[in-house]
Design a protein around this ligand. Structure first.
Ligand SMILES: [Fe+2]
Ligand SMILES: [Fe+2]
Length: 179
């Protein structure tokens, strides 16, 4: 089983596997988020009933890079750095949801915008592109569609991971041990 923190990969001797490279890339590009207090707090908040915000965040980021690998193999260019930042920040606004929002409906609508505010604190010079990726990641639950390739990838990766979380054997579908 892969270990995110220690970069150890039992049963996989390939140091250059796609998954391994993606994890290193997430750690390098996402260091600001991964080292933040808000992210650590998210590792203790239950998400989708079976996961945590921290775990879900990492799974979405890894899934987004996996989708990117497939697209890039067909010659489609992806801004991987923006995609990693957006994926790592997309649900940070949901942390503390029970204190912040009166119900799940308000949480659905408001958390993408709160995630943008937190992302701006972590990345003060964040681009409009990154801001839009985060604020529109809940489509079709919210009406505004993503506006970029990376935004659509994040939206798709988030949906895939959310569905995995609510399936009966959710743990078995996760490729990594983030504990
Ligand atoms: Fe979300
Ligand atoms: Fe999410």
């Amino acid at each position: 089983m892969e270990d995110f923190e220690n970069n150890t990969f039992e049963g996989d001797s390939s140091m250059f596997s796609e998954d391994y490279r993606n994890l290193l890339e997430i750690k390098e590009v996402g260091r600001v988020v991964l080292d933040s207090e808000i992210f650590k707090e998210g590792c203790g908040q239950v998400h989708h009933g079976t996961s945590t915000v921290g775990r879900h965040t990492l799974e979405v980021t890894e899934e987004a890079l996996h989708i990117s690998d497939v697209l890039e193999s067909h010659g489609i260019k992806i801004d991987r750095e923006e995609l990693i930042k957006g994926s790592l920040c997309h649900d940070l606004g949901i942390i503390g949801r029970h204190e912040k929002y009166p119900n799940n409906f308000v949480c659905w609508l408001a958390h993408p915008h709160d995630s943008v505010k937190i992302a701006k604190m972590l990345y003060p010079d964040m681009s409009k592109h990154l801001s839009r990726m985060i604020s529109r990641h809940m489509w079709p639950a919210t009406p505004l569609t993503p506006t970029s390739r990376e935004g659509w990838i994040l939206d798709l990766a988030d949906t895939i991971c959310a569905i995995r979380d609510v399936l009966p054997n959710h743990g078995k579908f996760s490729r990594f041990d983030y504990s």
